[in-house]
Write a protein that binds this ligand. Structure first.
Ligand code: NAP
Length: 287
């Protein structure tokens, strides 16, 4: 069994790290808000005072934080990863960021002799708990092979997509599609309701045809019941839509559906729904 570090113990990071422990690996954890380390320490993890302290004692360190700004702070901030990275050290960033962030992170690690894998994930709180995430990896493929047992403990599928940046790009494409889907679904729910159609009837019809999918199946009943407990915080999907539109802009692409979804998510953010589940975009559409 191996020794791993884990930085960022939020909705996703905590269960991912717990799955490394369950698989029998040794684990050292750090979180900006230290209290969030407690459940993992109770399960046998050691705790460190800074990201640099984690990297100093672990050959491979995973990170799972909010956004590009958090990813960069983890690396370049005081007590950050770069203070300890070097020969024999590897860093795997699972956070959803834009390709520019990964492309900035990668050489800062490799120039000090370390190795880097970009590894954002598809799948939410439940797949993180069940160890059934999809990893969208790019960068150092030999590192991927070395840490495959760890990725297998946290996920069910591992994709290797090529050069650093491709993992972030794939993740943004996926979450742009998901943002459009949930917005269209929310509009359908509101229209059905106004038209006197019961939500359960709508779900049954959707689920019986070509539009059936796990997203609608899982989120539908919760949305209808007004349950927006966060599995995927709305503020993170808003960030992903922003980054996907930015990518589209760089590639001179007009993305009208994502633009409309982004506007709905912005309304939801402004209505104070950022910490609720991303399906709370329904509230912005219902008005
Ligand atoms: P979360 O529950 O909001 O956790 C965010 C984590 O980032 C926390 O550990 C937080 O620390 C840390 N963080 C934020 N800013 C930081 C900073 N400046 N320096 C250091 N740490 C910082 O989010 P999550 O749902 O676990 O998502 C984490 C990442 O996974 C995001 O990039 C998200 O887009 C992506 N993702 C999420 C899901 C999902 O369904 N939830 C699915 C796939 C991908 P504190 O505890 O101190 O706030």
């Amino acid at each position: 069994m191996a020794k791993y570090g884990f930085l960022g113990l939020g909705i996703m990071g905590c269960p991912m790290a717990a799955n490394l422990l369950k698989a029998g690996h040794e684990l050292v954890v750090w979180n900006r808000t230290p209290d969030k380390c407690a459940p993992l320490v109770a399960q046998g993890a050691a705790r460190a005072g800074t990201p640099a302290e984690v990297v100093a004692v672990c050959p491979v360190t995973f990170a799972m934080v909010s956004d590009p700004e958090a990813s960069l702070e983890l690396l370049f901030g005081t007590g950050g990863v770069l203070e300890s990275i070097g020969e024999g050290k590897a860093y795997v960033d699972c956070s959803t960021v834009d390709p520019h962030t990964s492309i900035e992170v990668s050489p800062s690690i490799t120039e000090q002799g370390g190795r880097f894998l970009e590894a954002p994930v598809s799948g939410s709180r439940k797949p993180a708990e069940d160890g059934t995430l999809l990893f969208l990896c790019a960068g150092d493929q030999s590192l991927l092979e070395e840490i495959r047992p760890a990725l297998d403990a946290m996920g069910k599928t591992i994709h290797f997509l090529g050069e650093v940046g491709q993992g972030a790009r794939m993740k943004l494409v996926i979450n742009m599609i998901m943002g459009g889907m949930i917005t269209a679904f929310a509009e359908g729910l509101v229209l059905a309701d106004k038209a006197g159609i019961a939500a359960d009837d709508l779900f049954a019809v959707l689920d019986g045809g070509v539009l059936a999918n796990p997203l609608f199946r899982v989120k539908g009943p919760r949305m209808a019941a007004g349950d927006f407990a966060p599995a995927f915080p709305l503020k993170h999907e808003k960030k992903d839509l922003r980054l996907a539109l930015q990518l589209g802009e760089e590639l001179t692409l007009s993305l009208p559906t994502a633009t409309a979804a982004n506007a709905a998510f912005l309304r939801a953010m402004n209505a104070g729904c950022g910490d609720e589940d991303f399906s709370a975009v329904l509230k912005a559409i219902r008005g």
